[in-house]
Design a protein around this ligand. Structure first.
Ligand code: NAI
Ligand code: CS2
Length: 501
């Protein structure tokens, strides 16, 4: 009988590893977790990091025999992940779900977990230690507080508090209390490293941002400048690199059903379980002054020019994801796979890729963009994954500028109106305005700008497109003032509103 509640009395841990190894469908860890020393600090130890960078790093350690790349993972706004992983000695498993099968792998590269509220000093010490050579980040698109012009938002309460803390520490106070933001904690940790040794370090952003390394470097230098730390600023410019990356693996939020499935396979409870598709890709700018894991031995690509990979992935995969998420959610589809099964929606997805996105891209050498587009739709169609439309729909105010507004601007400059991109923005607008799907089910608006979006959306249907396009913190003028584009968005809004009436 299928049990719906956990029956396991034991947790995944170093102690229970022996009882797990050899179980059918279970592999790993690829390295002995006990042999690892901490070599990198990761900010945002969420699902994606655990299914992507932590796996690549473990495979690199296994292939090279280098045991210096244990990870200290830093949680974000709650201690939840720390509470999930600490009782498990940092061990967790990745449940890889292909279309018709799954496999489960225990990962041992995450050696410590810190929660800034209680462990900021530990993180500062780790970042200044000689054994640590890397800091990596997956703190979501909203984790980088910026002004509409892309500068560090020093008015952000967390950033302002962390600047003040850095000033205190630069003035001689040993530790100015818990950090309020990941960038603030990282900035303070780099300042500590500069003071202790000045040893080089690389900061590797793995968030879905365009030129993510450049963005992170610019924000951290601005952080140092705002604290009046001239010496630190010069050190950042000379001894810290910020490689850009393209990261790819679909990793849905873990559900209780996933945990129960894993428990049946493992025979013990894994509260830190993550679920992922089989596909993974990591393209990293080869810009390191110090040591790094041999990620290329794990299948990563090191290159001098990440941009073609980054732009193609964000504009092809992520924009298509958002289109299917909003159109699918409005049609009452719970998952991305359900949306791809709708011929009308998959037609819209192909049209977006082929009519609007591909004309703006310079394909990475050897990549056929049409085949790439089809491979993306095939991955999205995986019915085993359970990636929800509502999860992809979250944070639209942060995601859409990265995924689709570059395409829009490029097409408009070329003298064309990107109608499919207009449909994507219209679907997002109707998602906000209606707040429910075609069956009347509520659609949650999970977005750091939710209040401002609801306020701008309120009013007549006829003025919806214009009101949201006028949000200058999201839409640049060249997009929001383009008469034909505004008309295309408004026309799609009208069509969609009649669909979900
Ligand atoms: P998650 O929700 O599991 O983890 C997000 C992490 O960021 C958590 O540690 C959380 O505490 C922290 N965080 C969230 N909001 C924050 C904020 N405002 N300030 C500071 N920290 C914050 O999400 P997941 O799946 O790990 O994805 C994280 C990021 O990884 C995505 O936003 C994206 O940039 C990137 N990514 C995700 C993929 C996926 O399929 N899940 C695939 C490719 C990239
Ligand atoms: C998704 C991405 O949640 C979302 O917005 O589009 O997390 C997507 O799963 C990854 O970028 C795939 O690599």
């Amino acid at each position: 009988m299928f049990t719906t509640t956990s029956t396991a009395t034991e947790r995944l841990s170093l102690a229970s590893l022996a009882s797990i190894s050899g179980r059918e469908g279970v592999s790993g860890p690829a390295v002995d977790p006990r042999a690892l020393s901490t070599g990198m600090v990761h900010f945002g130890v969420g699902a994606f990091h655990r299914a992507h960078q932590a796996v690549y790093t473990e495979d690199a350690a296994a292939a090279s025999g280098d045991t210096g790349w244990g990870i200290l993972g830093v949680t974000g706004r709650s201690a939840r992940v720390a509470e999930q992983l600490r009782p498990q000695d940092g061990l967790y498993s990745v449940l890889t779900k292909a279309r018709g099968s799954e496999s489960l792998r225990v990962i041992g590269s995450l050696r410590k977990v810190a929660f800034p509220g209680a462990d900021s000093e530990d993180v500062l010490q780790a970042l200044s230690s000689e054994g640590v050579h890397l800091a990596t980040l997956t703190i979501t698109e909203k984790g980088y507080p910026r002004t509409p012009g892309g500068q560090l938002d020093v008015s952000h309460s967390g950033i302002a508090a962390d600047i003040a803390a850095l000033r205190e520490e630069l003035a001689g106070r040993s530790f100015a209390g818990p950090a309020r933001t990941p960038l603030g904690l990282l900035g303070r940790g780099l300042a500590r490293r500069f003071a202790v040794s000045g040893a080089p370090i690389a900061v590797v952003c793995c968030d879905n941002l365009m030129s993510n390394g450049k963005v992170t470097g610019s924000l951290l230098r601005a952080f140092a400048e705002a604290a009046g730390a001239q010496g630190l600023l010069e050190w950042l410019q000379n001894s810290v690199t910020f490689p850009s990356t393209m990261v790819d693996r679909i990793v849905p939020a873990t559900t209780d059903a996933n945990r129960l499935e894993a428990e049946r396979i493992l025979g013990v409870r894994d509260e830190g379980l993550v679920v992922a598709e089989p596909f993974g890709q990591w393209v990293i700018e080869d810009a390191f002054l110090g040591p790094r894991p041999a990620w290329e031995l794990a299948g990563a690509t090191l290159t001098q020019d990440v941009a073609p990979f980054e732009v193609a992935k964000l504009r092809m995969l992520n924009a298509t994801h958002s289109l299917l998420a909003y159109l699918g959610a409005l049609r009452g589809y719970p998952t991305i796979a359900d949306a791809v099964a709708d011929d009308a929606l998959v037609r819209e997805a192909r049209q977006l890729q082929r009519d609007d996105v591909i004309p703006t891209l310079s394909a990475p050498v050897g990549l056929d963009l049409y085949e790439y587009g089809e491979s993306i739709l095939t991955r999205f169609a995986n019915p085993n994954l359970g990636h929800t439309t509502i999860q992809v729909a979250m944070d639209g105010s942060q995601k859409l500028p990265v995924r689709v507004l570059g395409t829009v601007a490029d097409r408009l400059r070329a003298g064309d109106v990107p109608y499919s991109a207009a449909l994507l923005l219209a679907a997002w607008m109707v998602f906000i305005y209606r707040g429910r799907d075609v069956n009347g089910k509520a659609l949650a608006l999970d977005d750091p700008m939710a209040d401002a979006l609801r306020e701008a959306a309120a009013g007549s249907e006829a003025g919806l497109a214009d009101r949201l396009l006028s949000l200058s913190s999201i839409f640049p003028e060249e997009v929001s003032t383009h008469v034909d584009f505004r008309g295309a968005v408004a026309s799609s809004v009208r069509r969609l509103l009649s669909d979900v009436a």
